[in-house]
Design a protein around this ligand. Structure first.
Ligand code: PMP
Length: 446
């Protein structure tokens, strides 16, 4: 009987004991290809010697110094590095320990920005259905994942949701990309107007949706229209790239492919690559200036803000990513992975969609390919595929999302940026074998 209470697994979990490159090893010596980088975390794989050395050196030199007394070299250098790689307007970094904390931090920064400017009435946050922004109460409140919210509904702050941009399920017959984007932007504008002028603080969206819907990129022109609506109403744009950022989609920031720059950007996962828990908010000068020029201090903080070892780990990860040209590699590997997925699953009877960007790709699992009819949610097909893949030495990230009230299953691949073409080909093969085995074992689909 384990004394760990992280969750109650239906199947007892293997014990992970070692990581090397793109592989994890369990206590019985079995090897797994980390095809999802955990949850899109391990961008450099495991045991990278330079990162390991940087972490060890920092622990020895200075493990911790509270940010009310000191700043630290790794935190300063990491902030410089991020500022140097981001659009000029997004030059200030606030370091936390997770994606959820990054989201909470961004929500509070937005609120304080408005209050400093004399707009204390701005309290509402608008986000999207079919989204995930973290599991702490504030982040959960703005999230649009009905399943994750349900139990905690009575504890959650008021939230306002609009439709996600998910062309496969949300676009109306005959609608062009531009018309669809226009309709969604209009929906946001109507929501802001309904809540009342000067009462909305921020609009929050994942640039490319991860956990809930599986690598869903917006249609072209969506974010510029959303940006324009936000500007018209003085609403800050917060992009959540906790999962899709830091090179994962083939550009350093996912928003670079959208033609917009957010006011606040949430980062985590790939920032530290799993070597330490770290998240960040990158903030626009206008937000920071309003706070610094107003009351002078951001009313927020956690004990581990700007943790030196976490910052040293992220600095080492990001230095390697840059030196080895890994973001360009992600874009190239991503094109190959996409082609491989299409050749393996393009006419698979139970794959309804293949989508994603860079090394952030998903397949949607359906009961019937032609109609797109989903599997019965009770079958938990995504979880079965995850287990079958793990038995075959492949880790992939499953989810059963609700897409505007309609259930769907998908499996996400988000392998390390250092994966080889051969490893990715093999991962697709294993995924195919796992899916076929699961389908064979399902109750007869009448
Ligand atoms: N935002 C997004 C888009 C995420 O995918 C996640 C985690 N899956 C979070 C926020 C929360 O991050 P964390 O689990 O590190 O708190």
């Amino acid at each position: 009987m384990t004394h760990i209470f992280h969750r109650t697994p239906r199947v007892p979990l293997q014990t992970a004991v070692r990581g090397e490159g793109c592989y994890l090893f369990d206590a019985d010596g079995r090897r797994y290809f980390d095809g999802s980088g955990g949850a899109a975390v391990s961008c450099l794989g495991h045991g990278h010697p330079e990162v390991v050395a940087a972490v060890a050196a920092q622990v020895q030199r200075l493990a911790y110094a509270h940010t009310s007394f000191f700043t630290s070299e790794p935190a300063e250098q990491l902030a410089d590095l991020l500022a140097g790689r981001s659009p000029a307007g997004l030059a200030h970094a606030y370091f936390v320990s997770s994606g959820s904390e990054a989201v909470e931090t961004a929500l509070k920064m937005a609120r304080q920005y408005h209050v400093e400017r004399g707009e204390a009435g701005r309290r509402h946050v608008v986000s999207r259905r079919q989204s995930y922004h973290g599991n702490t109460l504030g982040a959960l409140a703005i999230g649009g994942n009905a399943g994750r919210r349900a139990l905690y509904e009575p504890l959650l702050a008021e939230a306002h949701h609009v439709s996600p941009c998910f062309a496969r399920h949300g676009r109306q017959a005959g609608e062009s990309d531009a018309q669809y984007a226009e309709r969604l932007a209009d929906e946001l504008e109507q929501k802001i107007l309904a809540l009342g002028p000067r009462t909305v603080s921020a609009f929050v969206a994942e640039t490319v949706v991860g956990a809930t819907a599986g690598a869903v990129a917006p249609v072209p022109g969506y974010f510029p229209r959303i940006r324009a609506v936000c500007e018209r109403h003085g609403v800050l744009l917060i992009l959540d790239e906790v999962m899709s950022g830091m090179g994962r989609t083939g550009t350093y920031h996912a928003f670079e492919q959208e033609g917009v720059v957010p006011d606040l950007l949430c980062l985590a996962k790939g920032l530290g690559g799993g070597y330490q828990p770290i998240g960040a908010v990158l903030a626009a000068a206008r937000v920071v200036d309003a706070i610094v020029g107003g009351s002078g201090a951001f009313q927020h903080g956690h004990t581990y803000v700007g943790h030196p070892v976490a910052c040293a780990a992220a600095l080492a990860v990001q230095t390697v990513v840059e030196r080895d040209g890994l973001v360009a590699r992600v874009a190239e590997l991503g094109r190959g992975l996409d082609a491989r997925l299409r050749s393996r699953f393009g006419d698979h009877p139970h794959v309804g969609d293949i989508r994603g960007r860079g090394l952030f790709q998903a397949i949607e699992l359906v009961r019937e390919r032609d109609t797109g009819e989903p599997f019965d949610p009770a079958l938990q097909v995504h979880a079965r595929v995850k287990r079958a893949a793990q038995e075959r030495g492949l880790l992939c990230y499953p989810a059963g999302g609700t897409i505007d009230g309609r259930r769907g299953d998908h499996v996400l691949l988000a392998p390390p940026y250092i994966a080889s073409v051969g490893q990715l080909d093999e991962a697709v093969e294993r995924l195919g074998e796992a899916l076929d085995a699961v389908v064979r074992g399902l109750p007869a689909l009448e």
